[in-house]
Design a protein around this ligand. Structure first.
Ligand code: AMP
Length: 471
């Protein structure tokens, strides 16, 4: 059996290499200068020459390392010879296919490709599910050299014969580990069977499981292997910390953490869509500008929320793993795991949202006793013992608490609030709403009232969260 990889390149510090040294065309260099890129990141310095040489590539790169440009720049360089100013669709066949696991990542990757291709005559397009397929077809028909797609939607286009892949000469599988996790293997196989056998294939993955190695054996031919950081490692720029806390105290602890000075823009991860929605409403009631992205929200709602978060209109983005996949937020200072993931690889992906492109970041995890076994797996995977602190939350005496039956909102109030647009007044850490006796909807103040309903209610007690370091 041939060796899996033809050669292994050790991690190199290539500080002295410039983009011009990498033999990129002036049109591409101009776009990079405009984007403010001065030096290639390590993955770029290593991957670009390999891709330009025409070899297949298996790259282990964490998110935030600049991996998109690592494949997009040499891909554009390779396709430059086919760039045409002609308006004829026949002059713009799909020559490069970039497959990604989620819609958000698809949009992000295509935005980057477009930016780098700005001064070339190469066209790009993104297609993903969740939007009317008919809106994508006319764009496809005009002809594009670079197509970024999620596997399911690409198959829809293939079935409807709105895309032809017989001239694809470059294939990129981005975030391949996540594509496997999300069950895209059958779709990938179907798509790959339709591509010309003579092509260059590149695979990027944050983690290197045995399944990923198997996938690379199936799809790549004698690939070069590049790893810019130890596989499955987490960035050294990220300060990680675990708060050991009872499940029922997580919300109070989170609210406290979100009010800290360094929590100006935070992604909070939950395991389920339900927790994401519930938590968002709770935080909004407390005056925290939070909004959620998860699979139950429409694509346009997700995009809108994401934009608001990127622009700083929303300071806390609550996300499930799938929705947050591949998100690239410039200088995101903090992520918080409200619930830690059961798959240790997801931890690496989640915290990789912060500490990107050399910036510093903080990753906090709220871990209940029931979750501690997953923490063991995570520490094993990242080969690091994460700093831990016992968080104790001071409780309101039982006599002052409301009965559990009153702790739920009336159904009418449980409808999703219009997101982020409404300015919310600063509130104390504990929302007096929770002390309010149950009031049926009919007696609620009219919506025209200038004050939120809980303003009128006197708080009974605060629930301050106190932290003490474990010895
Ligand atoms: P990625 O890992 O591809 O998601 O990239 C992470 C972030 O780094 C993105 O915001 C890129 O725009 C940025 N970036 C990529 N390459 C460079 C570079 N050479 N110099 C500065 N920023 C970069």
């Amino acid at each position: 059996m041939p060796p899996l990889f033809s050669k292994t390149k050790e991690t190199l510090t290539l500080n002295t290499v410039s983009f011009a040294d990498l033999k990129l065309a002036p049109e591409i260099l101009k776009a990079l200068t405009e984007a403010g890129y001065t030096t290639p990141t390590p993955i770029q310095a290593q991957a670009i020459p390999v891709v330009l040489s025409g070899e297949d590539l298996m790259a282990g790169a964490q998110t935030g390392t600049g991996k998109t440009a690592a494949f997009a720049l040499p891909l554009l360089q390779q396709l430059m010879q086919h760039a045409s100013a002609s308006t004829s669709p026949a002059k713009h066949p799909v020559r490069a296919l970039i497959l990604v696991p989620t819609r958000e990542l698809a949009v992000q990757v295509e935005e980057s490709v477009k930016m780098y291709a700005k001064y070339t005559n190469l066209r790009s397009l993104v297609v993903y599910g969740g939007v009317d397929i008919k809106t994508q077809t006319p764009h496809l028909k005009t002809g594009v050299e670079i197509l970024v797609a999620t596997p399911g939607r690409l198959l829809d286009h293939i079935e409807q014969k709105t895309v032809l892949l017989n001239q694809v000469q470059m294939l990129v599988l981005d975030e391949a580990d996540r594509m496997l996790d999300m069950g895209f293997m059958p779709a990938l196989k179907r798509i790959l069977a339709l591509l010309p056998r003579r092509r260059q294939s590149l695979m990027f993955s944050a983690t290197f499981s045995n399944d990923i190695k198997k996938l690379s054996e199936d799809f790549l031919i004698y690939p070069s292997l590049i790893e810019v950081a130890r596989s499955n490692a987490t960035s050294e720029n990220i300060k990680q910390k675990v708060y050991l806390v009872a499940s029922e105290d997580k919300h109070a602890l989170l609210a406290k953490l979100l009010k800290g000075d360094d929590a100006k823009q935070v992604i909070v991860f939950t395991k389920t869509k339900l927790t994401a929605s519930r938590l968002t409403r709770q935080l909004q009631r407390e005056g925290i500008e939070a909004d959620a992205i998860h699979g139950d929200r429409s694509q346009s709602e997700r995009q809108q929320t994401l934009e608001a978060f990127k622009q700083g209109k929303v300071s806390v983005l609550i996300a499930t793993d799938v929705a947050a996949r591949g998100l690239d937020i410039d200088h995101l200072p903090m992520v918080i795991n409200y619930e830690i993931p059961h798959a240790a690889e997801d931890y690496v992906h989640r915290i990789g949202r912060t500490g990107r492109a050399g910036a510093k970041g903080t990753a906090l995890s709220l871990v209940s006793p029931e979750e501690e076994r997953y923490l063991v797996d995570i520490e094993k995977l990242i080969k690091t013992t994460i700093e831990k602190e016992q968080a104790s939350v001071q409780h309101v005496p039982r006599s002052e608490r409301r009965p559990a039956s009153e702790s739920r909102e009336p159904r009418e109030q449980r409808e999703p609030r219009p997101a982020y647009h409404k300015p919310v007044p600063n509130k104390p850490a504990h929302d007096p709403w929770f002390d309010k006796p149950y009031v049926p909807k009919v007696t609620e103040p009219a919506p025209s009232t200038s004050k939120p309903d809980f303003d009128a209610v006197k708080p009974k007690a605060q629930i301050p969260a106190l932290f003490r370091r474990s010895s």
